[in-house]
Ligand binder design. Sequence first.
Ligand SMILES: [Zn+2]
Length: 257
Amino acid sequence: MSDSDLSRRGFLQHSLAAVGPMVAATTLPIPDVHSNAAQAPLSVVCVGGHPDDPESGCGGTLARYAAAGHVVRIVYLTRGERGIEGKSLEDAAHIRTLEAEAACVVLGATPVFFGQVDGATEVTKPHIANMTKLLGDAKPDIVFLHWPVDTHMDHQAASLIGLRACMALRTPSVFFFEVNAGSQTNLFRPDTYVDISSVVEKKKAALLAHTSQDGAAIWRAHHEPMANWRGRESGALAAEGFVRLPRAEAADRLPGA
Ligand SMILES: [Zn+2]
């Protein structure tokens, strides 16, 4: 069968029909505040290990929430202090803070810097208490966290600290995201997708704001193929994939649904 015989969407539908109820993947709804006066703005928070992680893992989704009128905050556990060769921790932190702030402008998010140090992150009760206070003040409806099976310990620390805070706060909706799939995030099997085809250029621009990290190379090597791959899985041109943490508090309701 040639490509012209079978569209991507058609292929997906055939595939889903073939495997039936085994497929539990769903699409995360993003309600529009502007066109629906009854829709209150949601509080959306993403916690990432370093500047560029939230942009990589869910930059498209965050851009869509912001554009739909929701309040989006990005918490950076560190300022990426060890991410620029030849620079002091202080100088690198300064450069990467500016890059993160520029990326947040692109996405429509507010940056928050948690204050740990790149390469020296710790999962301690005081840090968990601080994150619980920070998230508690934000009253999040939805939290995005690193998937904890990851080769970078800072990503794992951000995931666990965020998860402990969400459990303490009984945050209704928690979703795990992936970064540099296969090289950093591992064993990730999405069950929820967001179509990012309308905001791919925004996501790319947010990554490119991280000049010191060669965001263009990271985009080409990792996040462009990942967006295409998750798109094929979900019937979109480009998508981000997530693993949803099932919470009794939210039953089966997705945020905004
Ligand atoms: Zn990172």
